[in-house]
Design a protein around this ligand. Structure first.
Ligand code: ZEM
Length: 291
């Protein structure tokens, strides 16, 4: 059971997140990476043009978004956070998911990402289906390449530099064959936030893995089979992306700074607070018929 903390005590919630991160029987002993992925997938559906998607609403609990194959396995993250939500019903799921991602990054040695409360939740499935619009197929597909990354992240308003910075999150966690079809971690210590992903991507020799699964690349390091997705490899193949990979491999401080900005922006996409500090579920601009 998680601790009930006073309403609005977000530092208290952060402390509870640190406690649930310790999961000796799960993956590498930590819920941290999957919490970061939850915050990212909750947010990464945003479209600048359609003005829908994003973390506000916590729609990932419902309907089509919950069933999206891209979100396979994220119920683990939702379940790890459930005791905190139950002990503290004053916090919305959407605030808790984004705060948990931010706190997990910090707890694993990463930068401080700016975070603000005020997100609201869809009350149920029909509420979500009514308001969120069609946001299917918006998350990136690891089997594709550079132009796909620019399509997906361009839709959210990201530059090439920011795409590379965000991809550095693959220093955390692993692929699970029963979730995405891909398999394995990107780095040897996948619960430590660092620029290791960029170092390995740019210095090791990555060869196609011989196996029954989808095309992925491998390098054996310290007896461990490390992996890269085709989208990860695309960052070295595209000359503009590659420049940023090399910069971040050399300069961890620069990576931390750019990552913190890009992730801070990610969890704010589509979150339009009014003067009371709360974000409406039906976007003001959409209601007024503006694009
Ligand atoms: Zn990921 N990611 N991601 N990612 N991701 C996986 C795992 C994790 C892509 C992708 O296809 C995959 C970003 C961007 C992109 C994390 C964070 C962030 C997995 C493995 C795949 C297939 C899922 C599984 O099997 O469990 C693609 C194509 C991306 C485009 C660039 C961004 C941006 C992220 C955050 C900033 C994290 C932390 C994981 C590890 C999850 C875990 O459970 O360990």
């Amino acid at each position: 059971m998680a601790k009930a903390v006073p309403k609005g005590d977000y530092d208290g919630i952060r402390a509870e997140v640190r406690k649930v991160m310790k999961q000796p029987d799960y993956d590498d002993g930590s819920a941290g990476p999957v919490l970061v992925r939850l915050a990212w997938h909750a947010s990464g559906t945003f479209s600048l043009v359609e003005h829908n998607g994003g973390s506000n609403g916590a729609g990932l609990r419902h309907g089509k978004e919950a069933a999206d194959p891209a979100n396979a396995g994220l119920y683990h993250a939702i379940e790890f956070l459930m005791p905190i939500q139950q002990a503290n019903p004053w916090i919305t799921h959407s605030d808790l998911w984004t705060l948990a991602g931010v706190e997990a990054i910090k707890a694993m040695g990463g930068p401080d990402v700016p975070w603000q409360p005020g997100r609201m939740d869809y009350s149920d499935e029909s509420h979500a289906e009514e308001h969120r619009g069609n946001i299917s197929d918006r998350l990136p597909d690891g089997a594709l390449g550079a132009s796909h990354l620019r399509d997906v992240f361009g839709r959210m308003g990201y530059s090439d530099k920011e795409i590379v910075a965000l991809s550095g999150a693959h220093t955390l966690g692993r692929c699970h064959a029963d979730r995405s079809g891909f398999d394995g971690p990107w780095v040897v210590n996948p619960t430590r936030f660092s620029n290791q992903y960029f170092k390995l991507l740019s210095t090791r020799k990555w060869v196609p893995r011989k196996w029954d699964g989808p095309l992925q690349f491998e390098n054996i390091m310290a007896g461990e089979r490390l992996m890269m997705l085709p989208t990860d490899m695309a960052l070295m193949e595209d000359p503009v992306f590659k420049e940023w990979v090399l910069k971040y491999a050399k300069d961890q401080n620069l990576f931390f700074k750019d990552f913190a900005n890009a992730f801070g922006k990610l969890i704010e996409l589509g979150v339009d607070r009014d003067d009371s500090g709360f974000a409406h579920l039906v976007r003001q601009a959409a209601k007024e018929g503006k694009p």
